[in-house]
Write a protein that binds this ligand. Structure first.
Ligand SMILES: [Zn+2]
Length: 61
């Protein structure tokens, strides 16, 4: 499994548009808007991997 496809918070498929279809050049996350606090939950030395939409929605709620 490609690690870049797994959300660092829940280990589920993050459905990153760029990972799944690089030629498209778009991803849902461009429009979503991530509060910077969500990144505080991640280890500082983590690889740069997308957070999934589920975790973003849960974090905001
Ligand atoms: Zn997630």
């Amino acid at each position: 499994m490609n690690q870049a496809k797994l959300c660092p918070l829940c280990q589920e498929d993050n459905k990153c548009g760029l990972t799944n279809n690089p030629s498209a050049g778009v991803c849902w996350c461009f429009e979503a808007g991530f509060p910077k606090e969500i990144f505080d939950q991640l280890a500082p030395d983590r690889e740069k991997v997308c957070i999934c939409e589920n975790c973003l929605v849960e974090f905001k709620s």
